[in-house]
Ligand binder design. Structure first.
Ligand SMILES: Cc1cc2nc3c(=O)[nH]c(=O)nc-3n(C[C@H](O)[C@H](O)[C@H](O)COP(=O)(O)OP(=O)(O)OC[C@H]3O[C@@H](n4cnc5c(N)ncnc54)[C@H](O)[C@@H]3O)c2cc1C
Length: 412
């Protein structure tokens, strides 16, 4: 086994958005960090690649909004450090039937927070967006100013570059196969499938859809994190309407609390096309994917036709991209110490359940705090504890319906 003899303060495993942000934050705080990735950096086989992710502070759970506000500030800070843009601001528009419980909670949370927001009926929505959004009569809209599009691959590259500039070591094609406590020297050692070994005082595991597999292997713990294969669809905007769907003309990022939950971003990365996707997917093994596209329900075609009043070609998507979610039963993250023999020396962060990208910077900050201080301020981590699934297999109890249906865990 190849061991360089170099001792790190922290070994970060997994170079998606979470690991890259953690490596950046830890290096910024003077820690000697190595970031290990199983594939090439910036690959497309996990969850953090592609052209667009939404940032919004509108959540039915009241504990996410402040995290988004902090994250938004940290996104801007990182942009000004690197000198280029990965965060394109535009308002966020949420919509749905007036009696939808999740949307009602979103609206209540917004009203009781510091976020400027307006609740609009269908006529006001039509006026606000010059007819680009047309809601049914029994629907309501919520417009908030904290929204926008994040550029995922570019953003991951940005945090890796910033980490590198602050002294981090970055190593790709390093598939971690084991993490062990070093009872003689203290800390942990991490071994990879190509025979390398790394020693660190602490370890952060941010391996997305592979979390369940590696954690089971190293600790025997079965985490309820189910990988889902999901598909993003791009649709053609009809001739003459392309400009209406641009950020420059005030077109927002959007989410629809109907069945199914549909979300999208303004026309941005591919001229003349708009991203409209369904929040969900089918269970998969991250090492053995079929790559089949998710099926599009009839209700999605009719939603596009009706909401965009015939301005988007709803016959079929022009093209699709694949990605993976890591779902927990309650849709909440897992951010905790691994515990057991690893105690507080190994921190895990996963189960981002299809809404984690925007949180990368704040999660990176929290992970750095947990490693350096053994605790994190400013975020209530009780919602993200691993132990919640021992108390209740479904995790945190919610007073509204899930946005993504729950799945039986596939065996690992
Ligand atoms: C289609 C889609 C749309 C989304 N839309 C949004 C959105 O609009 N807004 C939003 O906020 N979020 C969104 N998300 C969610 C967000 O993208 C994810 O929550 C986030 O990217 C998860 O990042 P991660 O770092 O945990 O996982 P990943 O990006 O998968 O990173 C984990 C990394 O660990 C590596 N790894 C795994 N095992 C090992 C090992 N043994 N050794 C070394 N490396 C390993 C993997 O190769 C991978 O690079 C979306 C996700 C998808 C799929």
């Amino acid at each position: 086994m190849e061991y360089s003899g170099e001792q790190f303060d922290v070994i970060v495993i997994g170079a998606g958005i979470m690991g890259s942000c953690a490596a950046y934050q830890l290096s910024k705080h003077g820690q000697k960090v190595v970031l290990l990735e199983q594939f090439d950096f910036l690959h497309q086989l996990g969850s953090s690649h592609g052209e667009s992710r939404t940032i919004r502070a509108t959540y039915p759970e009241d504990y996410y909004s402040d995290m988004v506000i902090e994250s938004s500030r940290l996104w801007e800070e990182a942009e000004s450090e690197i000198g280029y843009q990965v965060y394109i601001k535009t308002p966020q528009f949420d919509m749905g039937p007036k009696n939808n419980k999740s949307l009602q909670c979103v609206i209540e949370n917004c009203k009781s927070s510091s976020l400027p927001c307006s609740v609009l009926d269908n006529k006001q929505v039509s006026e606000q967006f010059n007819g680009s959004f047309e809601l049914p009569e029994n629907w309501v809209g919520l417009l908030t100013q904290l929204g926008g599009v994040l550029k995922p691959t570019k953003a991951v590259s940005m945090f890796q570059t910033l980490a590198l500039q602050k002294g981090a070591t970055l190593r790709d094609n390093m598939e971690v196969i084991d993490i062990k406590m070093d009872y003689e020297m203290g800390g942990v050692y991490v071994s990879t499938s190509n025979g390398s070994m790394f020693r660190g005082k602490k370890c952060v595991v941010t391996i997305g859809a592979w979390m369940q597999k590696l954690v089971k292997m190293v600790s025997g713990k079965a985490l309820p994190i189910q990988p889902l294969h999901t598909t993003i669809c791009y649709w053609r905007i009809k001739k003459g309407h392309e400009e209406e769907f641009l950020v420059d003309n005030g077109f927002p990022t959007f989410a629809s609390y109907s069945q199914p939950y549909i979300y999208g971003t303004p026309s941005c990365e591919f001229p003349g096309l708009i991203k409209i996707a369904v929040h969900g997917g089918y269970q998969c093994d991250p090492d053995n994917r079929t790559w089949a596209s998710t099926e599009i329900e009839d209700s999605v075609y009719s939603w596009i036709e009706g909401i965009f009043s015939g301005r988007v070609d709803s016959t079929k998507p022009v093209f699709t991209q694949s990605c993976m979610y890591s779902m927990t039963p309650d849709g909440d993250f897992v951010i905790d110490f691994l515990g057991g023999e690893f105690g507080k020396d190994v921190v895990i962060a996963g189960g981002f359940s299809g809404h984690g990208f925007k949180m990368g910077p704040v999660v990176g900050r929290v992970l750095a705090d947990l490693v350096i201080n053994g605790e994190a301020q400013g975020v209530d981590l009780s919602y993200f504890r691993l132990g919640r699934f021992e108390e209740n297999p479904k995790g945190n109890v919610k007073e509204f319906e899930d946005q993504v249906q729950s799945y039986e865990l596939l065996p690992v």
